[in-house]
Design a protein around this ligand. Structure first.
Ligand code: ATP
Length: 332
């Protein structure tokens, strides 16, 4: 029996890009067993919950989850944040890679941002007090060590040479001081990989002025959130950016974009970010061969420029672009 994959297509263009990504995956005969599960706003209207217990149970027992996109209505529980918590998906991985035919500030960019996903300023420890409100920025030794080890491990497995810690330890002396110390302790036991560190403000500038200096960045939750959107902007925006959320037992792979209600139902969503998310899933499973095959087929389609969706300047529909990628896979 093949690997079990949970498919959560969600709302809006989530459904459309998922259909495209599955068409591409299925053209490779990977022998996956798909288990479909519901989440999001449509699911809320049907079942009264954006993330039913059944969906969480399925995501916990499969090898990986593919997640399309959901519409999050104010006041409703966020499906994706719940899944990240329930599955303890502590590492958020965002490749920043310029691809041919896509407007990018620089050509040939290829680095990865690894963001601590479980604590920091997003720990959810917020309260009102007599002066206003306060949020706690929790940085634990355990989570810092876990994310730094993940970053060096990722560098080793993916043949990358350098890991850069990003922090603000000159101001946040205790919290980011601890993060930086643990980073260098981890670097000590990974001496084959180069290591250095920058302040987050300098990093924000260097990502625009000389992003070629980066290979793997590891950072805390809020900084990672902001820098990875800056990175997406560097290499062509939302339709092109995949992401992975990795835990000890599970991985969840999703495009960075949302459900885009303004174009949903028209069949014109760019499927690249979702397809590249499946590439990340295959890489995480150790199937580098098939991951590379899909990425190269997508690159061929981008380079040829004949079957591109409107956001990329083309006239094709989502499924036409997906079929073009499948036909490149068959040629190989
Ligand atoms: P949500 O409320 O689910 O977050 P949103 O529309 O506010 O959805 P996104 O979907 O993340 O936010 O994207 C913002 C805009 O970018 C969309 O309205 C759409 O025009 C464009 N966009 C995002 N993803 C894609 C895509 N895959 N293909 C084409 N355009 C996209």
């Amino acid at each position: 029996m093949g690997k079990k994959i949970a498919i959560i297509e969600g709302d809006g263009i989530g459904k459309e890009v998922m259909e495209a990504a599955l068409l591409v995956l299925d053209s490779l005969n990977l022998n996956f067993e798909y288990i479909h599960a519901e989440a999001g706003n449509e699911c809320y209207n049907k079942h009264g919950s954006t993330i039913p217990k059944k969906t969480i149970k399925i995501a916990k027992k499969v090898d990986s989850t593919l997640f399309g996109a959901v519409t999050t209505v104010e006041g409703q529980k966020s499906a994706i944040i719940t899944l990240r918590k329930e599955l303890d998906l502590y590492a958020n991985v965002r490749p920043i890679k310029s691809l041919p035919g896509i407007k990018s500030l620089y050509e040939g960019l290829d680095f990865v941002i690894i963001r601590e996903n479980s604590e920091g300023l997003y720990s959810g420890l917020e309260e009102y007090n007599s002066k206003g409100a306060v949020a706690i920025r929790l940085i634990t030794k355990k989570a810092s060590r876990r994310i730094c080890e993940f970053a060096f491990d990722y560098a080793l497995k993916n043949h990358r040479n350098k890991v850069t810690a990003v922090h603000k330890a000159n101001v946040l002396k205790k919290t980011d001081g601890l993060f930086k110390d643990i980073f260098y302790q981890t670097a000590q036991i990974n001496q084959d990989i180069e290591s250095n560190d920058y302040y987050v403000d300098a990093t924000a500038m260097f990502m625009i002025t000389k992003p070629q200096i980066f290979d793997v960045i590891v950072t805390t939750n809020l900084f990672g959130d902001i820098l990875s959107d800056e990175g997406a902007g560097l290499v062509g925006g939302l339709g092109m950016t995949p992401s992975a959320n990795i835990g000890i037992d599970n991985g969840l792979f999703e495009p960075v974009h949302g459900s885009a209600p303004n174009i949903a139902g028209k069949g014109i969503a760019n499927p690249a970010a979702m397809i590249l998310s499946t590439v990340m899933m295959l890489e995480n499973m150790g199937d580098l061969d098939n991951a590379l095959k899909i990425e190269q087929a997508l690159i061929k389609v981008l380079r040829e420029g004949k079957f591109l969706t409107p956001d990329l300047g083309g006239k094709s529909k989502t499924m036409e672009m997906a079929k073009a990628i499948c036909s490149k896979l068959k040629i190989n």
